[in-house]
Design a protein. Structure first.
Length: 208
């Protein structure tokens, strides 16, 4: 199956994961990010936005913010754009773009969000994505990274087997990484970590 066909299939199933894994608002990683964002006028980049879940939620809840969601999949973005149009949101847009080669000037975003991406792409590409995120981020900006985490609750551990089955073999290694070291090696420092359903949310700053 071609890459384009893969994305077409994935785009149809993408939002189903939201129902199975992140339906509880209070402990959702989406809400964790939202709670950290100020009410003021800020510019946010949502890297590999997919069907626009993070971008749309932020646009709805933070009217003063401007959100740009980028992805290489036109199929994913088509779904996101239909949602945006249906909700009549004017503070969010999507662009077809490679996360490892962003078409933005330096120091333009207050926030960069990278949600459930790094575990899939491997270290060389992940390093490029983080490097580009730092390049377009303002000096005092923040990067939020959402990544999977092995749950402690028995039922959630059972559900997490679905994720383990779908992810590549390198996924197990990624789960066990020393993330302080991982991000430090990429020029970032962890300000705090929030543990959410099936995931953890890292709030990062650039090393000075």
């Amino acid at each position: 199956m071609s890459t384009k066909s893969n994305y077409r299939v994935i785009s149809k199933l993408y939002d189903m994961c939201e129902i199975f894994f992140f339906s509880r608002k209070r402990t959702s990683p989406r809400q964790a990010i939202l709670d950290c964002l100020p009410e003021q006028d800020i510019k946010i980049l949502d890297v590999c936005t997919g069907t626009g879940i993070n971008s749309i939620l932020i646009a709805e809840q933070k009217a003063a913010a401007t959100i740009v969601g980028i992805d290489i999949s036109k199929e994913m973005l088509a779904i996101a754009n239909r949602k945006i149009a249906k909700r009549q949101l004017h503070n969010v847009q999507t662009l077809v773009m490679n996360a490892a080669n962003l078409d933005f000037n330096t120091n333009v975003f207050d926030i960069v969000i990278i949600s459930l991406v790094l575990h899939e792409v491997g270290n060389p590409l992940g390093r490029k994505i983080l490097s580009e995120a730092k390049r377009v981020l303002k000096k005092d900006g923040k990067i939020f990274v959402v990544e999977w985490e092995q749950p402690k609750h028995i039922l959630q551990r059972f559900m997490f087997l679905i994720i383990r089955f779908l992810e590549p073999k390198s996924f197990e290694h990624f789960l066990k990484l020393d993330f302080d070291e991982y991000f430090l090696n990429n020029g970032l420092i962890i300000n705090r970590v929030q543990h959410c359903d099936y995931t953890r949310v890292f709030e990062l700053s650039m090393l000075t």
